[in-house]
Design a protein around this ligand. Structure first.
Ligand SMILES: *[C@@H]1O[C@H](CO)[C@@H](O)[C@H](O)[C@H]1NC(C)=O
Ligand SMILES: *[C@@H]1O[C@H](CO)[C@@H](O)[C@H](O)[C@H]1NC(C)=O
Length: 228
């Protein structure tokens, strides 16, 4: 199950974060994928391989992965989906919507690209590769080859997993003015749960004495996300 934690600095600093600006309406590219119709059609001779297997070895939170794939029955409808957490193929989901019939893929891709993208010969050769940018989002990744286009996805092959060297690292610090003139709040996102680590912020003038303020943790999991 995907989990992440948002840590909020309390103490003299009040924590209040407004949601980012409203999303624009219109089609979200991922909404074109009919994940609820996905079926399994794993093919022994199809391969998807992702590298490097460890990302962010120099502390980066973003890195490019290269995905190489081959499939004996290629078509221009084939696409590569990125999944995180990586372990999705073995798991099916409980039915949330009774109109949808199993098998139900238990997670949806976080991004996708057509297999022929930058590989115009894919339809003829069945071989291709893609470079995809990944950000550290606290879980490992896998890449899956689908046929049947976005509207009728059939899972053909799943790659090895790749993972950031430190997937739980605190990332994306966000500073905001507190409720009072002398308050600042800082929030960040990390993979550490409440029993695993004690969050705090060290602050003070550069080169001067540093203060430590304890922080609180808010946990969000899959159930927090409206049936995601
Ligand atoms: C790649 O596939 C897409 C989707 O099927 C198609 O629209 C596009 O024309 C294809 N590109 C090439 C170079 O064949
Ligand atoms: C993948 O998920 C399934 C179902 O949640 C679980 O039974 C299985 O042990 C997991 N496999 C790995 C390699 O984590």
């Amino acid at each position: 199950m995907m989990k992440f934690f948002v840590l909020i600095l309390l103490a003299t600093l009040s924590a209040f974060e407004s949601l980012e600006g409203k999303r624009t309406l219109g089609d979200q590219p991922l909404s074109k994928i009919a994940v609820h119709k996905a079926t399994f059609a794993l093919h022994d001779l199809a391969h998807v391989k992702a590298s490097p297997t460890i990302l962010g070895l120099r502390g980066q939170n973003t890195e490019w992965a290269t995905v190489r794939y081959s499939y004996p029955n290629p078509s221009n409808d084939d696409w590569i989906g990125v999944f995180s957490p990586a372990n999705f193929s073995a798991s099916t989901c409980e039915q949330e919507n009774t109109r949808v019939h199993p098998p139900l893929l238990c997670s949806a891709p976080i991004k996708y690209q057509f297999a022929n993208y930058t590989n115009p010969a894919y339809e003829a050769t069945g071989k291709g590769s893609l470079r995809l940018q990944l950000i550290n989002q606290r879980a490992d990744f896998s890449f899956a080859l689908f046929s049947g286009g976005l509207s009728n996805p059939k899972l053909i092959a799943v790659s090895n997993t790749v993972v950031f060297a430190n997937p739980k690292a605190p990332v994306y610090p966000r500073l905001a003015q507190g409720k009072m003139w002398n308050e600042m709040s800082i929030t960040w996102t990390s993979g550490y749960g409440i029993p695993e680590a004690e969050p705090f912020v060290e602050w003070g003038p550069q080169g001067g004495d540093q203060m430590r303020s304890p922080a609180g943790t808010l946990t969000f999991n899959r159930n927090s996300m409206c049936g995601a």
